[in-house]
Design a protein around this ligand. Structure first.
Ligand code: GCO
Length: 394
């Protein structure tokens, strides 16, 4: 892989999400879900990585490693703990986080909703209720009024497709429903909420996009109809909704093989990760190209890519192969704005708890001590030199 630099201004950084790293996020649906014996959660999020208090040190560490960007989310239930009751203290906290990024020379990319929803919203019907789009729009207005002047890129909703499908069809996420019509309703509410937030974000002078969980769909013999049935309401509806946006956030981890009877498991002999996914970094290029095509050439911001492995050397290989595909996409004219690695810290992986480790930085959750992994140093150096020193294995 030659040392041709990535485009000038290309963004390089890690990502986190409030509920997965902050700690003490009790006023949302996930905290309740984690403590519901009927859910499949293996453990509660608890103190997580205490990022709510250690964010400054973490951001300084991210900058020191060589990154020029940090993507993190705001916790709606902290900002609006009860309907119409907005916390200035919470908004000031996130303003300080944005300020800490700027002081460290790191571009803050903020996500307004990353899986978690305030309890009071779920009590009014959550994402299957059309009115939630209005509630989300009002929340976005308060956030952009408070910190919008310090932001350039804002992600409206993280993986609406995952929240709708896992929460209303599969039932693994809150509210644990299993109904196609409710999933369809949630899809529509998320799309309406996203469009409202785009208006609000643009009015504040920033650029907006949703982030979408995508997969490289591999159609096995006779699987064409099954792929269409799965991918249509999971990816295509949101790619269509993203047409005209300022960017599309692509979040890719692996491929999905589909046969006539539906989704197949990992292929025999293919390495798998701690999440049970196939180790398949080439999926990123496939999804970047598909998002670019399906949105009618909306600029692509890779907002999540990474791998849950215990052997950090596998994480370096994964990222290196993924970045080869990003560079090939750029060389073919795809407008890719940046690469965000999931995740900055080993953190709370939702239903799976703290077992699957995605971080570039390890966290001892008893002492909250951070330890940078070789992958964090390697990717930070790629970022520092914008790929101009190559992306070969160290
Ligand atoms: C997602 C979420 C992240 C996950 C990550 C690893 O994409 O599911 O945005 O919160 O932790 O993807 O599964």
């Amino acid at each position: 892989m030659d040392g041709t630099p990535f485009p000038k201004g290309f963004l390089w950084g890690p990502a986190t999400a409030a509920h997965q790293v902050e700690g003490g996020n009790w006023n949302n649906d996930w905290w309740a879900w984690e403590h519901d014996p009927a859910s499949s959660c293996v453990e509660p999020s608890g103190d997580a990585c205490d990022h709510y208090h250690q964010y400054r040190e973490d951001i300084e560490l991210i900058a020191d490693l060589g990154f020029n960007m940090y993507r993190f989310s705001l916790e709606w239930s902290r900002i609006e703990p009860e309907e119409g009751e907005f916390s200035k203290a919470a908004l000031d906290h996130y303003a300080r986080m944005v300020g800490a990024c700027r002081e460290a020379g790191v571009e803050p990319i903020v996500t307004l909703h990353h899986f978690t929803t305030p309890r009071w919203v779920t009590e009014q019907g959550g994402w299957a209720a059309a009115t939630t789009a209005h509630l989300f729009g009002r929340y976005a207005e308060r956030v952009m009024a408070a910190i919008g002047d310090q932001l350039q890129l804002v992600c409206t909703i993280n993986e609406p497709n995952v929240v709708a499908t896992m929460g209303y069809l599969v039932g693994l996420f809150p509210p644990g429903e299993q109904d196609y019509s409710r999933r369809a309703a949630a899809n529509q509410t998320f799309i309406d909420a996203h469009h409202r937030a785009v208006e609000v974000i643009r009015a504040a002078g920033a650029k907006a996009g949703l982030t979408l969980a995508m997969s490289q769909w591999v159609t096995m013999d006779g699987g064409e109809d099954a792929v269409a049935a799965l991918r249509g309401p999971y990816e295509d509806v949101f790619l269509a909704a993203a047409r005209g946006d300022d960017f599309i956030g692509v979040q890719t981890y692996t491929r999905t093989r589909v046969g006539p009877a539906g989704q197949l498991g990992p292929e025999e002999g293919v390495e798998t990760t701690l999440m049970g996914y196939e180790f398949w970094p080439e999926a990123l290029e496939a999804t970047v190209r598909r998002a670019w095509a399906e949105t009618g050439h909306v600029p692509v911001l890779i907002t999540e890519n990474g791998v849950a492995v215990a052997d950090d050397a596998r994480r370096i290989e994964y990222a290196q192969r993924a970045l080869r595909g990003v560079r090939d996409s750029l060389n073919d004219g795809v407008d890719v704005l940046g690469y965000t690695h999931w995740s900055a810290l080993d953190n709370f992986e939702w239903v799976f708890g703290y077992g699957p480790t995605f971080g570039l930085i390890a966290v001892d959750r008893f002492t909250q001590q951070r330890t940078v992994k070789p992958s964090g140093r390697w990717l930070g150096e790629v970022a520092r030199y914008n790929g101009s020193r190559g992306i070969e294995l160290p």
